[in-house]
Design a protein around this ligand. Structure first.
Ligand SMILES: [Zn+2]
Length: 358
């Protein structure tokens, strides 16, 4: 994101140091500005509701997502229960949505979260789209709620998300101040703060780094709230889906080692079925593999902990659209609904499998 007047200087620097480079986005601000445009209203017919603002025509703010959760629970009290799983560093409620049609806590469960990384706006947008589909279209496919219980934390990092909306579009971490005398290097990468092979690669102990791990496991109120919400239902949770962007990857643990989990073949088989259903909609291609093998080493992410400590067998990190490099985190809002539609197909496959698990 070099200012135009410094481009020449930067290129000279690369040249004089023999550094190879390539351009990813020519004008970041232009892409950001385009993203603020709402999509045409005919695309969202049937999605608008009088009781909340979300219409998936744009990236909505924390207050709208929170309002959506409570509006659903007011309209569908027999299906939706909203609770507060904890408070963020800046004292925002961390909303937890349970979707269940009964069963007294005996049904297998799926836990889904979104928005761990502040700049990945397509994540909470897609997760809320799926919540809406389960609840408002329950009559069209009741088995996806009657056969499994769902737990959603659609926005794990509301402080970072709001900061990305108001101040710095590509912000990643939360907003915790580590040291009152240093307010330039703040925030922790919540997805490096979980206590399983903590700080064993692909994670930084420098508070200025975008992947700062917090120094110790579970230093962050957001990671503690997510941990406690997952543990509360872990004994019946068969799948944990943590939704990120971008890259179009369906990832299994582990991040800390290139070794595969013992049950990798079963995890891969279910992922393949889910991805096939997703791709069948628009041809969107995903690749499947373990984080460390397909992407890069990363230690302390929530998925490794959910499998390694909480013992949830089918644990995946989903990296949504696109593949980059043109948009990346700056995915235009006209892709929100297609992302929701295709990802829902994958979630249906996961739900059908989870319902059958013993
Ligand atoms: Zn992410």
């Amino acid at each position: 994101m070099t200012p135009p007047e410094q481009v020449e200087e930067l290129l000279d620097f690369f040249k004089s140091h023999s550094i190879q480079y390539r351009l990813k986005i020519g004008d970041v601000q232009q892409v950001i500005d385009e993203q603020r445009n709402k999509i045409p209203s005919e695309m969202i017919q049937g999605l608008s509701s009088k009781s909340y603002n979300l219409t998936w025509d744009n990236y909505y703010r924390y207050d709208d997502i929170r309002e959506f959760a409570y509006a659903l629970s007011a309209s569908y009290p027999q299906l939706v229960t909203v609770s507060v799983a904890g408070k963020s560093y800046e004292d925002r409620d961390l909303i937890l949505i349970k979707i269940s049609s009964g069963g007294s806590g005996t049904r297998n469960a799926i836990f889904v979260d979104g928005g761990i990384h502040a700049c990945e706006w397509i994540s909470p947008a897609t997760v809320t789209y799926i919540i809406r589909e389960l609840v408002e279209n329950y009559d069209a496919h009741p088995q996806y709620v009657d056969d499994v219980d769902w737990f959603f934390m659609p926005l794990v990092n509301p402080d970072g998300y709001e900061f990305a909306h108001t101040e710095s579009r590509l912000w990643r971490k939360n907003r915790r101040i580590h040291d009152e005398t240093n307010t330039t290097c703040i925030g922790t990468d919540i997805n490096r703060n979980f206590d399983y092979h903590f700080n064993e690669g692909g994670s930084s102990d420098n508070p200025c780094a975008p992947t700062y791990n917090g120094g110790q496991p579970f230093t962050e109120p957001e990671s503690r709230a997510l941990r406690d919400a997952i543990l509360a239902e872990a004994n019946r949770t068969k799948s944990y889906l943590t939704v990120h962007s971008y890259g179009q990857h369906w990832l299994t643990p582990w991040g800390w080692t290139t070794e595969y989990p013992d049950d990798y073949d079963a995890m891969f088989a279910l992922a393949s079925d889910a991805v096939a259903a997703l791709t069948a909609v628009y041809g969107t291609v995903y690749d499947i593999g373990s984080s460390a093998n397909l992407l890069y080493a990363n230690s302390g992410p929530s998925d490794d902990w959910a499998k390694g400590v909480a013992g949830i067998p089918y644990t995946y990190t989903i990296e949504l659209r696109d593949q980059g490099p043109v948009y990346g985190f700056l995915l235009p809002p006209d892709q929100i609904i297609p992302s929701g539609i295709e990802t829902w197909e994958a979630f249906k496959v996961i739900a059908e499998a989870v319902a059958q698990m013993v």
